[in-house]
Design a protein around this ligand. Structure first.
Ligand SMILES: C[S@@+](CC[C@H](N)C(=O)[O-])C[C@H]1O[C@@H](n2cnc3c(N)ncnc32)[C@H](O)[C@@H]1O
Length: 241
C-alpha cells in the first residue's frame, strides 16, 4: 500500500499506461473531486481559457479539446451564445468520456484516442485547447508536435495547467494544500490510493511556463505567451500555429 501511495510515474511509454489507468479508475468521482478540491474555481479557470481561445475569429470553426476527460472545457465553448461550430473532444481514457456523455450536446463529438498520435489529418482544426491534460503526457514534445500538425496555420492553442505560484506566501499555502490536504481528501473520496498523490507530484515535476514556452516554439508554434491566474496556481498558455 505504501509503495502505491509513494508511487512515481516517470516520463516515457510506461507513463501512458499508468495515466490511462489512473483516470479510468477515478472517472466515477472525477467531476465531484474536481469541483470540490478546487473549491469550484475550476469553472472560472475554464471560462478564462475559452476567452483566451478567441473562438469569435471563427465561430463556425472546428475546435479540438484534447485530453478532454468528462468534456467540461468543450462544454464551456459550446455554451457561448455566438458559437456555431463544433468541438471534437478526445481522450484515451474511455471511462472518463463515458462518465461525461450525459452532459454533452450535439455540437460535441467524442473521440477515444491518444494525444500523441491523433487520428486527424493535418490542419483539421481552427483552434485547440488542453485543460489539465498536457502535464500527463508521456512525451511532451510528441504531444506538442501532434497538436501543431492537426492545427491549421494561424490557429490558436490554449493550454490550461497547474503551476507553482511565484509569491512565496501563496506558494507555502499552496504546497501545504497540495501535499497535505488534497491527497487525503482525494484518497478518501475517490477510493484511489495514489491518484491524488500523483497530481501534486506531476505539477512539481512539470516544466515552468518559460520552459514550456520554449518547447512550444520548438514544436513550430509562434506568438507564445502565458499568464498566471489565481496567483499562479494555474497558468494559461497561448500559442499560434
Ligand atoms: C486531469 S484530466 C483533465 C480533463 C479535462 N480536460 C478537464 O479539464 O477536466 C486529464 C485527462 O487527460 C487524459 N490524457 C492524459 N494523457 C493522454 C493522452 N496521451 N491521450 C489522450 N488523453 C490523455 C486523461 O485520460 C484525463 O482524462
Amino acid at each position: 500500500m505504501n509503495d502505491l501511495v509513494n508511487r512515481k510515474i516517470p516520463d516515457g511509454p510506461g507513463k501512458e499506461v499508468q495515466v490511462q489507468r489512473i483516470f479510468s479508475e477515478i472517472a466515477p468521482r472525477y467531476d465531484l473531486l474536481n469541483h470540490l478540491l478546487s473549491l469550484n474555481i475550476d469553472k472560472i479557470w475554464r471560462k478564462k481559457a475559452i476567452r483566451a481561445l478567441e473562438w469569435e475569429r471563427k465561430n463556425t470553426g472546428r475546435y479540438l479539446d484534447s485530453c478532454a476527460g468528462t468534456f467540461d472545457l468543450g462544454l464551456e465553448l459550446v455554451r457561448q451564445n455566438a458559437f456555431a461550430g463544433l468541438v471534437v473532444s478526445s481522450d484515451f481514457a474511455l471511462p472518463m468520456l463515458k462518465r461525461g456523455l450525459h452532459k454533452i450536446t450535439s455540437e460535441i463529438f467524442p473521440v477515444c484516442g491518444d494525444a500523441l498520435c491523433m487520428p486527424f489529418p493535418p490542419g483539421t482544426f481552427d483552434g485547440a485547447m488542453v485543460g489539465f491534460g498536457i502535464r500527463n503526457l508521456a512525451d511532451l514534445e510528441a504531444g506538442f508536435g501532434d497538436l501543431a500538425r492537426v492545427l491549421r496555420p494561424g490557429a490558436r492553442l490554449v493550454i490550461l495547467e497547474f503551476s507553482v505560484p511565484p509569491n512565496w506566501i501563496l506558494r507555502k499555502l499552496y504546497h501545504f494544500y497540495f501535499h497535505n490536504v488534497l491527497p487525503i481528501v482525494g484518497r478518501i473520496l475517490s477510493g484511489h490510493a495514489w491518484a491524488y498523490t500523483y497530481l501534486p507530484e506531476s505539477v512539481r515535476d512539470f516544466p515552468d511556463p518559460q520552459e514550456l514556452g520554449k518547447k512550444l516554439l520548438k514544436a513550430g508554434f509562434k506568438e507564445v505567451t502565458w499568464r498566471f491566474i489565481t496567483g499562479g496556481v494555474v497558468t494559461i498558455h497561448v500559442a499560434v500555429r
